[in-house]
Ligand binder design. Structure first.
Ligand SMILES: Cc1cc2nc3c(=O)[nH]c(=O)nc-3n(C[C@H](O)[C@H](O)[C@H](O)COP(=O)(O)OP(=O)(O)OC[C@H]3O[C@@H](n4cnc5c(N)ncnc54)[C@H](O)[C@@H]3O)c2cc1C
Length: 471
C-alpha cells in the first residue's frame, strides 16, 4: 500500500485554509474543499501521491502556481498534488539550458535567471506557476523575440498515471514531448521539472502610453497593423480599460524592447513612432531598466506593499477572464463593435481599489508566429493578436452581470476573433476542445489515449481518450 509523503495537510492541519485556496477569488471555497493537499519536495512524493490516489480511488489534481482561471487545480474531495516547493533552478551554461522545478513562480524565475544574465519567456503574473504556464503555451514580454514558454522546453520530467517517472524530449517519448508543449496543464501527468533553453538578457526599455477614449479606432487600428509586424525585440499589448463610468474608458499601450545590445535602446522612440502618430497621446512614459525590474513592474509588484510575497494566492479581486484569437486585422465594423460593447461594461464600485474591466490585445507575429501550427500543440501561430477579455467586480452580487457582460462581448466578437487560449480556461466555452486545440486536437487525443488510457488525469475540460462527437 502506498503512503502520502511530503508536507501533507488536511482539514485538521494548521494552515489548511491558506493551503486549499487558489488565486481566483470568485470561487466558493466553502464548497470546493479538497481531501488533502500534498506539498511535494521531490519526485518520489509525487509518485506516492499518484499511486495512493489510484489505490484509494480518490480524484487527484496537479497544482503549481494556483492561477487556473477556473480553479481546475483543486477539486472537492481530491488530493491536490502541489509542486510549488519543487522550485530549484540550475543553469547549465555549456548547453545554454536551465533545469527548472515545476513549482517555480514566474517573478522568482525572472529574478533568479536575471541574476545570471538570462531569461526565458514567462508570465507577467508574479505567482503564476511555470508548470501551468508552459504546458499551455505561455506568453511573456520577450515572447516575440524568443517564442512562447513552451517553444523553449527541451525536456520534461513527469510522473505518469502509473506513478512512474517518464522523460519526454525530442528523442525520448517525442509524442508526449509534443503534447506537453501547449496541450494544457493536468492532462498527461504531473510535471516535476523542465529543461528550458535560456537566453541572454540585460537592460530593456518599457513603455506606457495613453490616449483618450475618443481616439479608440485610430489607436486600435494602428496597433493591429503595427504591433504584429514590429521587430521581434518589441513585445506589446494594448489595453482598453472600462467600468469607471459608462460610455468611456482609457487606452494604454504597454511594451518592452529587449535588444541584443544596450546601444539599441536609443531606437525605442523611433520604433514607437507609428503609435505616437496614430493620435495625440495623453501620456508617454518610456524608461530603461534591468529586465528583472521590468518584470516586477509588469507583475504589479509594489515595493511599498510586499504583501503578495507572503500571500501570493490571497488575491481578493473578483474577476472572470476569457480569450479569443484574431487571425486577421479587425475590420472597422469589428473595432466599432468592440468599442460599443466595452462602453456597456457594468459600472464598478470602489473603482480606485480594484482592477478595471478590460480587453487586451496581445500582439502576435515574431518568433511564435514562425513555429509551424503542428510543430507543438499550440495551434494559434498565425495570430494578429490574442484577445484577452477580463471582467472585474467588487460586490459578489454583481458576479452574474459582470460575467454575462464579458461573455456577451466575447461572443459578439466571434465573427472576428475565434477559438481560445487554453491557459485562459473558460467553463462557458461550449466547444472548448476545438477552441483550444483546433487542428491539433486529434493528435492530442491520441497521445492521451497512449499515456493515460484510463483517463486518470481527468478534470472539467481535460483532453479525453476518445474524440467527442462534435470533434
Ligand atoms: C494574474 C494572472 C496573470 C497571468 N499572466 C499570464 C501571462 O503573462 N502569460 C500567459 O501566458 N498566461 C498568463 N496567465 C494565465 C496562466 O498561464 C494560467 O492561468 C496557467 O494555467 C497558470 O498556471 P499555474 O501553475 O499558476 O496554475 P495552477 O492552477 O496550479 O495550474 C493550472 C493548470 O495546470 C495544471 N498543473 C499545475 N501544475 C502542474 C504540473 N506540475 N504538472 C501538470 N499539470 C499541472 C493544473 O492541474 C491546472 O489544470 C495569467 C493568469 C493570471 C491569473
Amino acid at each position: 500500500m502506498s503512503e502520502l509523503t511530503g508536507r501533507v495537510l488536511d482539514s485538521s492541519s494548521p494552515g489548511w485554509d491558506a493551503a486549499r485556496r487558489n488565486f481566483r477569488a470568485a470561487v466558493d471555497y466553502e464548497q470546493l474543499v479538497p481531501k488533502s493537499v500534498v506539498f511535494c519536495q521531490q519526485s518520489r512524493d509525487v509518485q506516492n501521491a499518484v499511486r495512493w490516489a489510484r489505490e484509494k480511488g480518490v480524484p487527484l489534481r496537479a497544482r503549481s502556481g494556483r492561477h487556473s482561471y477556473e480553479a481546475y487545480s483543486i477539486a472537492e474531495g481530491a488530493v491536490v498534488v502541489d509542486v510549488s516547493e519543487m522550485d530549484e533552478i540550475s543553469v547549465d551554461a555549456r548547453s545554454g539550458t536551465a533545469r527548472i522545478g515545476a513549482g517555480v513562480y514566474c517573478l522568482d524565475l525572472h529574478e533568479q535567471l536575471y541574476d545570471v544574465g538570462l531569461t526565458i519567456p514567462a508570465a507577467s503574473g508574479a505567482s503564476v506557476g511555470i508548470a501551468g504556464l508552459a504546458l499551455g503555451g505561455g506568453f511573456g514580454v520577450v515572447s516575440r523575440k524568443y517564442g512562447l514558454a513552451c517553444d523553449n522546453i527541451v525536456g520534461v520530467e513527469l510522473v505518469d498515471a502509473n506513478g512512474d517517472i517518464v522523460n519526454a524530449n525530442a528523442t525520448e517519448n517525442p509524442d508526449l514531448y509534443w503534447a506537453c508543449r501547449g496541450g494544457g496543464g493536468g492532462n498527461f501527468g504531473i510535471v516535476t521539472a523542465f529543461d528550458f533553453r535560456v537566453h541572454p538578457v540585460g537592460l530593456v526599455a518599457v513603455c506606457n502610453i495613453t490616449w483618450q477614449w475618443s481616439d479608440f479606432i485610430a489607436v486600435a487600428d494602428t496597433f493591429q497593423h503595427w504591433a504584429p509586424n514590429a521587430p521581434d525585440d518589441l513585445s506589446t499589448f494594448l489595453r482598453f480599460a472600462v467600468g469607471s463610468a459608462r460610455g468611456a474608458g482609457t487606452i494604454t499601450l504597454f511594451g518592452q524592447l529587449t535588444p541584443d545590445s544596450p546601444t539599441q535602446l536609443a531606437g525605442f522612440s523611433a520604433l514607437l513612432a507609428p503609435m505616437l502618430n496614430a493620435a495625440p497621446p495623453t501620456g508617454v512614459n518610456v524608461q530603461m531598466m534591468p529586465h528583472s525590474a521590468a518584470a516586477a513592474i509588469f507583475a504589479g509588484a509594489d515595493p511599498k506593499n510586499p504583501q503578495w510575497m507572503l500571500h501570493p494566492h490571497n488575491d481578493r479581486q473578483l474577476f472572470k477572464s476569457t480569450s479569443a484569437v484574431a487571425y486577421e486585422p479587425f475590420p472597422l465594423a469589428a473595432l466599432n463593435l468592440l468599442k460599443t460593447q466595452l462602453e456597456l461594461a457594468p459600472a464598478q464600485q470602489d473603482w480606485e481599489t480594484n482592477e478595471p474591466s478590460m480587453v487586451q490585445l496581445l500582439a502576435g507575429g515574431g518568433a511564435p508566429g514562425r513555429v509551424p501550427i503542428d510543430g507543438t500543440a499550440v495551434p494559434h501561430r498565425n495570430a494578429v493578436c490574442v484577445v484577452q477579455y477580463d471582467a472585474y467586480w467588487t460586490d459578489p452580487s454583481d458576479q452574474r452581470v459582470a460575467e454575462d457582460w464579458i461573455e456577451g462581448l466575447r461572443t459578439a466578437m466571434l465573427p472576428y476573433a475565434r477559438n481560445a487560449y487554453v491557459n485562459y480556461v473558460d467553463s462557458r466555452i461550449v466547444d472548448y476542445l476545438d477552441a483550444y486545440y483546433v487542428t491539433n486536437l486529434p493528435r492530442l487525443i491520441a497521445v492521451k489515449r497512449a499515456v493515460d488510457p484510463q483517463n486518470f488525469f481527468s478534470f472539467p475540460q481535460s483532453i479525453p481518450t476518445t474524440a467527442p462527437p462534435h470533434a
